[in-house]
Design a protein around this ligand. Structure first.
Ligand code: GTP
Length: 364
């Protein structure tokens, strides 16, 4: 954590971008915005807010758009989390850069730490702020090293750590350093973002800043990092929080192979492994096998069913001896007995599959 009281504290605001539609996580994001989906029993955003509070930042502005009202209904003024929360809503989505520019009237300090609202991270935020202050940068980007950087924004730096290029998703990346979705801006660099229209921070703001010769610094580390944007990553990230691989100050001390929330029922003989989460009021029947399963509140998995690396939405039901593997089941859907749902299957909310109604083999 930074020691410099001029950097952390009252002179640093946090901004979290939470206005995206989360299309890759549909159908779960039809009823809740992605940052509000439960991870280890808490809205994903709560884990990030706890990290921000832990770093000593107290004023947080949420840049909302899609399903904007849900955030304030849940978090209110933030006092329960030891934070002061402000909300700024875009009537038309302004993109990641436009969303940052749009919160300008709410900012109080000269140093602004911006977060994508869907990144599960373990970086030392104080250290990122220290890099920003000590390098006297205009903008500092948190960068992480990954084994396959092709699907991400690639960000090479020179020997002093200064960013030389910002390359969105390239087949031939010159570095394994990627944009981790956390930036520190000097206030005037937010004022420079064009107002009143959609702007992408990745495709427009950073390339323009570099072309204009601004000092953009990289803060590189090997901290835990996962973009929770796809079902596969959401499931992996959730399991990592349950198992303590991904740090979360919002869940002190709760670590193990599975997490069962209050009011849930797990019958004898059910097997829960792989970072499985059983939400509030959810039910798991005898002999069911849950491996890396994410059961939202009120979901039911009946006797003898198998759920592997899948998300079961609020109040959805998996019938006896059904098999659900690498799938997403929407809220309130009913998967009949012995059905098989595999390899990226997505069932929309409320859909009712009759017993034995969908299989990949001829035996019943
Ligand atoms: P997909 O539709 O699945 O790509 O998800 P997404 O809409 O969340 O987009 P993406 O993952 O690229 O967004 C990165 C972060 O920026 C997320 O935390 C989004 O909530 C946020 N975001 C994306 N677009 C906007 C926007 O127009 N306004 C605001 N305020 N935030 C946005």
């Amino acid at each position: 954590m930074a020691d410099d009281p001029l950097v952390v504290g009252n002179s640093t605001d946090a901004v979290i971008l939470v206005g995206g539609q989360g299309t890759r996580l549909r159908p779960l994001t039809l009823s809740a915005p992605k940052p509000m989906l439960p991870v280890a029993g808490l809205p994903f955003l709560q884990h990030l807010l706890a990290r921000i509070a832990e770093a000593g930042i107290t004023h947080v502005v949420l840049a909302t758009s899609f399903k904007a009202e849900v955030f304030e209904q849940h978090f209110g003024d933030g006092a329960d989390l030891g934070l002061e929360l402000d909300y700024v809503t875009e009537t038309e989505p302004l993109g990641t850069g436009g969303g940052i520019r749009n919160v300008l009237p709410k900012l109080r300090g000269d140093t602004i730490m911006v977060f994508n609202g869907d990144v599960l991270g373990g970086a030392d935020l104080g250290a990122v702020l220290d890099t920003h202050a000590s390098s006297r940068a205009d903008v500092t980007l948190h960068l992480v090293r990954v084994s396959d950087p092709r699907a991400f924004g690639c960000v090479p730096t020179d020997e002093s750590g200064r960013v030389t290029e910002f390359l969105e998703k390239t087949e031939d990346p010159p570095t394994d350093q990627i944009n981790a979705g956390c930036y520190v801006f000097r206030r005037e660099y937010i004022e420079k973002i064009p107002g009143g229209r959609a702007v992408s921070v990745e495709r427009e703001v950073f390339p323009v800043l570099l072309a204009e010769g601004a000092h953009v610094q990289g803060h590189v580390d090997n901290s835990y990092w996962r973009d929770m944007g796809t079902p596969e990553d959401f499931i992996r990230g959730s399991a990592d929080v349950v198992r303590g691989i991904a740090p979360s100050p919002a869940l002190p001390g709760q670590r193990g192979e599975f997490l069962v929330h209050s009011g849930a029922g797990v019958a004898p003989g059910a097997l829960l492994i792989g970072g499985t989460v059983v939400g509030r009021g959810a039910e798991v029947g005898a002999g069911a096998r849950l491996d890396g399963a994410v059961l939202f509140d009120g979901a039911r998995v009946e006797a003898g069913a198998t759920v592997e690396r899948s998300i079961i939405g609020f109040g959805a039901r998996i019938g006896p001896r059904a098999l659900v593997r690498d799938a997403v089941i929407g809220d309130g859907a009913n998967i009949g007995a012995r059905c098989e749902l595999l390899n990226g299957a997505r069932v929309w909310p409320g859909v009712d599959l009759p017993d034995g109604g969908l299989r990949f083999s001829s035996d019943v």
